[in-house]
Ligand binder design. Structure first.
Ligand code: XMP
Length: 522
């Protein structure tokens, strides 16, 4: 093992497991833990203790949205965890699960209006540095109920008349009826950092460089001398996956780039350029006509997604078969994809949109799936990309949906509609770039609507198309807010779109956040 591997092993030695009791709490906390440079992993709370302990964690965080039904099976945790001696922080519904094991409960309590000031009753490692004379307030949960701690648990802080923080009298076990991941810093981050650094005694040595080395070693061990193929989309995730795999197994990697004809302006050329180093291991397939044929007359968004997904699989499969037997199929799945498709943390959530990926392919091609980014959030993927030496132009790109411009045309996907939305999209990005705003926003794009409105050009009546412009801020695409762009930028975008695209005579700005909207229109 070289020094880098030693470093990776040291970072890995500080693993904290976040046991997911439901809702988004676990993933948000896992991310905060990694920001504190401690490697964290989200696992279902129902995982048997023996399996969890085999991962040799240095601490456990049991987290779930308060208000979830504490009797559901997802909350049932292995009692062995409580007696394992490992430091444990139970948050929200996770605390309810612990109470159930230890014999505590809930009693009805009068309603408290709004957030309440927290009063610290006993000093403790968890509450270190949170001074009683700098009061912070918290929403009191669960609503209308008061936690009745079992004898083993001592109340260390209250909010109003409700206990909100607990410490076990004998074990390194703490409970919070408030959500540190949703609190401002301080106290939110202090609570988590106190748990990691004071209760668990960690040092915070996890870094992307160590993660990179560890992933490279793991990929080499798993792939050995076998071949891998990867579908390259031009997006950040598949780009970073390709670079990571190339670092790990070099020429054993072949990338297939399916040009479905639904890409942004200049994208095919950019991908060819960026992956020149792959030489003939980059296969570019021009399948635009096939996709257009499959999409003819289709207006339903889910049907579009389904057809594009299926056609993608078909094209990819044909190309993959030409390469002969390949053992592994790599995919740039990232953590939010796992959650939104109903993975850990989102098990019971409804599918909002069926994300386009290569689902089903591994079985059809009898290949094993490799998803090296599965645990990473988008910002971490970008950081990994930087560690891999990828150019900023590639890793700072905005996310782009797999079904491409097809989901930015409300109505049938036809060549003319594609040309309009592609040009409008390029104008939006060019103008944000010119204003120095492109990298400050999460996504910026145009949508072609089927609405036609009356207008005038050169003194003549027109009956043209309506384009919507959408620019949003987001941290992880799970929620988003619309960006109040400066009026002069909006004005330039609007006049350029109507000047340069004769079919368009009206431009509107989308001022909807997510929720209730989604980022894409379809
Ligand atoms: P929504 O529209 O659901 O999008 O708010 C959330 C984020 O995901 C992107 N998106 C996709 N990405 N395949 C992808 O790889 C897809 O099918 C897909 N649909 C939406 C979207 O651009 C946003 O960043």
């Amino acid at each position: 093992m070289g020094p880098a591997c030693g470093e990776a092993a040291a970072a890995r030695a500080e693993r904290v497991l976040v046991l997911d009791v439901g809702g988004r709490a676990a993933s948000l906390i896992a991310r905060r833990v990694r920001q504190a440079q401690v490697y964290s992993q989200v696992v279902p709370a129902s995982t048997p203790a023996a399996e969890l302990l085999a991962l040799q964690p240095k601490g456990l965080i049991l987290a779930g949205e308060a208000g979830l039904e504490p009797d559901s099976d997802t909350v049932r945790l292995d009692p062995e965890l409580l007696s394992s001696g490992l430091p444990l922080l139970a948050i929200g519904a996770g605390l309810l699960a612990v109470l159930r094991e230890l014999g505590g409960g809930l009693e009805a309590a009068g309603g408290l209006d709004g957030p309440q000031p927290v009063r610290i009753l006993h000093g403790s490692d968890l509450l270190h540095g949170l001074e009683p004379d700098e009061p912070w307030t918290v929403p009191v949960m669960p609503a209308g109920q008061r936690i009745v701690p079992p004898p083993g648990l001592e109340v260390i802080a209250t909010a109003g008349d409700r206990p909100v923080a607990f410490r076990h009298r004998e074990r390194p076990l703490f409970g919070l009826a408030v959500h540190p991941e949703r609190l401002a810093e301080p106290p939110g981050e202090s609570l988590l950092r106190n748990f990691l650094f004071r209760v668990c005694g960690l040092q915070g040595r996890w870094q992307m460089r160590a993660y990179l080395e560890e992933q490279v070693a793991a990929l080499r061990a798993r792939i050995g001398g076998e071949r891998v193929i990867l579908g390259l989309s031009g997006g950040v995730d598949s780009t970073v996956t390709a670079a990571l795999l190339h670092r790990a197994v070099g020429d054993q990697l072949t990338c297939i780039f399916v040009d479905h004809g639904l890409l942004r302006e200049g994208e095919v050329e950019a991908v060819r350029e960026a992956f020149r180093f792959l030489g003939d291991r980059l296969v570019v397939v021009d399948a635009a006509q096939r996709f257009l044929a499959r999409l003819a007359g289709v207006t339903d968004p889910e049907e579009k997604r389904r057809r594009i997904g299926n056609e993608f699989i078909r094209v990819f499969e044909e190309e993959a078969r030409k390469l002969g037997p390949v053992r592994f199929l790599a995919q740039g799945t990232i953590y939010p994809d796992v959650i939104e498709s109903g993975g850990p943390g989102g098990k019971d959530g409804p599918v909002i949109k069926s994300h386009h990926n290569v689902g089903g392919l591994p079985e059809r091609l009898a290949m094993e799936l490799v998803e090296p980014l599965r645990e990473l959030f988008k910002d971490e993927v970008r950081e990994l990309g930087r560690e891999l030496g990828l150019p900023p132009a590639l890793i700072d790109r905005h996310p782009f949906p797999g079904p491409g411009l097809a989901v930015r045309i409300v109505g049938p996907v036809e060549p003319q509609a594609l040309a309009i939305v592609r040009r409008a999209d390029a104008i939006v990005r060019e103008e944000l770039e010119r204003a120095g705003l492109l990298q400050d926003v999460w996504q910026a794009f145009a949508v072609l609507t089927p609405i036609r409105t009356v207008g005038m050009r050169d003194g003549q009546r027109t009956y043209g198309s309506l384009v919507a412009v959408r620019v949003v801020h987001s941290v992880d695409a799970m929620t988003a807010t619309w960006v109040p762009l400066p009026h002069e930028v909006l004005a330039r975008i609007s006049s350029r779109i109507t000047d340069e695209i004769p079919e368009v005579n009206r431009v509107v700005y989308d001022i909807t956040s997510k929720p209730p909207g989604t980022i894409e229109w379809e």
